[in-house]
Design a protein around this ligand. Structure first.
Ligand code: SF4
Length: 430
């Protein structure tokens, strides 16, 4: 017999597991859900078992991020004393050509085949009015957005500090401490929107100040490597075998494309589709414009205290003019869709910011990496021969170690004659 509480809220009495596309993003999301009374947690760290179980429940045709996500969920199912009436899985939905859109229906199918059809898959979208958030719908989505932006900012602080730290581990420790602080702000129940935003900004400033005083040698000249590619693989450190650390170990500093970039792209895409369908003057367009504006205001508020720290590391303000349009001659964004247009356009943006090389991180056999790779040669030729290299990852191998030495040498050579001057924050010295 299903209780009244469960009928009105399918998540009542269950723990909602959030997959870790990025560790910090998942933690922020789980914290937001906890703030409205949902018992949410991030899936435990991925490991060999993840790959084993991910492969067990896949046919071999699926993409690598799906194997990892499923593997992490199935580790929970295989854990001692698993009770299907006490768990639920979070798996957002998406439309378009990417296989991501198939993850949730496929997970449902597998769960049903193994006798766990009663475990709900929670896929909130605007189409189902964010079922499960009840009356909190739009507030939750805004809080999640703020959490993701805060996570992006914290990761950026980590990546711009770690290569220069003089005591190994300081930056990672500060980053972890920062995650806890942000989480503490996001999970508090009953806090007004404005108070939470002020507290989030305050927590970011607190972590910023710790980063600022970490012992470090900020000397100019370290090769700056832009990292683009498929969103899960470039951000999930398990799937890319800690690619960013490897680049740092080879003497580089990384500028990693963040999550917000994807949100700006989907916002642009939504407006472009409305225009294409003759709905330029419609309520849908008004809603899209307002959403974009509100998100920009939130982002601006959270980023404001980092102006000095991010001098020279500014992200694009206008995804169309600064990323999609420069990439248009190679991959027009009204025909090509998804990360490939972002990867190509962002590579050009990073070239203009003075990067010394670009690395594209993508899952093996994903069309995004394959299509981008096909045009990178022309991009490099047209932009001063900046080195651009694809690295593909799957559950069995990464060839990164083997080729990184050569790539870094190319980046150092390029740095010697490049035309675009890199701007540094004021505290760097020659
Ligand atoms: S972009 Fe590629 S790897 Fe990523 S979910 Fe889509 S199809 Fe899979």
């Amino acid at each position: 017999m299903v209780s009244e509480a469960k009928k009105s809220n399918p998540l009542a009495g269950r723990r909602l597991w959030i997959p870790r596309m990025t560790h910090i993003g998942a933690r922020m999301m789980a914290a937001v859900f906890r703030s409205i009374g949902i018992d949410a947690a991030v899936t435990p760290p991925s490991d060999e078992k993840t790959l084993e179980l991910g492969a067990l429940y896949s046919s071999g045709e699926e993409c690598y991020p799906q194997k990892i996500t499923f593997g992490d969920f199935f580790k929970i199912i295989h854990s001692d004393g698993f009770d299907p009436s006490k768990h639920a899985f979070f798996m957002p939905m998406a439309e378009g050509p990417c296989r991501f859109g198939q993850y949730a229906p496929y997970l449902k199918q597998v769960l049903s085949e193994i006798g766990y059809s009663q475990v709900p898959i929670f896929s909130p979208t605007s189409r189902n009015s964010y079922d499960g958030f009840a009356e909190h719908g739009s507030k939750v989505m805004r809080a999640v957005w703020r959490g993701l932006v805060a996570g992006d900012i914290l990761r950026k602080m980590l990546l711009k500090t770690r290569p220069y730290e003089t005591t190994v581990g300081d930056s990672d420790e500060t980053y972890n401490r920062g995650m806890q602080l942000l989480e503490g702000v996001m999970e508090k129940p009953g806090v007004s929107d404005s108070k939470r935003l002020a507290a989030l900004t305050g927590a970011l400033v607190q972590v910023r100040d710790i980063f600022r005083v970490l012992p470090a040698k900020y000397v100019k000249g370290k090769p700056l490597i832009g990292v683009v590619g498929e969103i899960f693989c470039r951000l999930n450190t398990f799937s890319n075998y800690e690619a960013i650390r490897k680049i740092e170990e080879h003497g580089g500093e990384c500028w990693l494309s963040d999550i917000s970039e994807w949100v700006w792209y989907t916002n642009w895409s939504q407006k472009w589709l409305l225009k294409r369908d003759g709905k330029t003057f419609s309520l849908s367009m008004l809603g899209a414009v307002i959403k974009n504006k509100v998100q920009r205001v939130d982002e601006h508020r959270l980023l404001a205290p980092f102006e000095e720290d991010f001098a020279g590391y500014e992200e694009p303000h206008d995804i169309f003019h600064e990323v999609l349009r420069p990439g248009w001659p190679y991959l027009p964004a009204d025909g090509a869709l998804g990360e490939m247009v972002l990867s190509v356009g962002k590579s050009i943006y990073l070239h203009d910011k003075g990067a010394d090389g670009i690395i594209d991180i993508s899952p093996f056999a994903c069309m995004n990496g394959i299509v981008s790779e096909a045009v990178y040669h022309s991009v490099s030729r047209d932009y001063d021969d900046i080195p651009i290299r694809n690295f593909y990852f799957d559950a069995t191998s990464s060839h990164m170690e083997r080729d990184l030495d050569i790539f870094m040498e190319l980046a150092v050579n390029y740095q010697r004659h490049k035309k675009m001057v890199r701007r540094y924050p004021a505290f760097f010295r020659d």
